[in-house]
Ligand binder design. Sequence first.
Ligand code: HEC
Length: 157
Amino acid sequence: MSFKISTFVACATLSCAVLAALTFSAPVLADGDGEIKYRQFVMKSIGGHMGGMASIIKGQTGNKANFQTHASGLAALSKIAGSVFPDGSDFGETQALPVIWEKPDDFAKAVKMFQSAAENLEKVARSGDMTKFGEAFGGLGKSCKNCHENFREKKKQ
Ligand code: HEC
């Protein structure tokens, strides 16, 4: 009985589909392709927060107070950004360029620049001073562009 209850609680919390995926596909995902997919999900999340903040700055939504949540989410993700490029995830359906692994010190600098910009934006968002949002947001955008220009393959048209 208690087993059933705890299973139910776990299912209700995490959703059974997620639990099933965690249980059954873990070994399949532990390869380069899985790492690439994971990296792209993390980048999409980063892009999602960026897009959300852009909507707020442009006045497309009344949800202005959510700016801080997006800024914090992005700052948290910036801290794991360096970890989503493990060895062996350089080959496959990826736009990540080999130079990431060939020049790790240069790449680490691009990650650091991103983290500083994301931390700065989070600080400005917490301060609530809307007049500073634009500049901090622009600085963050530059850090994305810097890394994409040097370490990401241009989209094939
Ligand atoms: C340190 C380097 C670096 C930084 C900083 C960075 N990116 Fe990326 N980003 C990449 C690389 C490399 C890829 C390609 C990943 C792949 O295809 O495996 C990528 C891919 C993406 C993608 C496409 C994901 C997909 O679906 O394939 C989006 C969206 C994205 N980045 C958004 C952003 C935004 C927005 C920022 C800044 C807030 C940012 N990135 C900062 C390196 C970076």
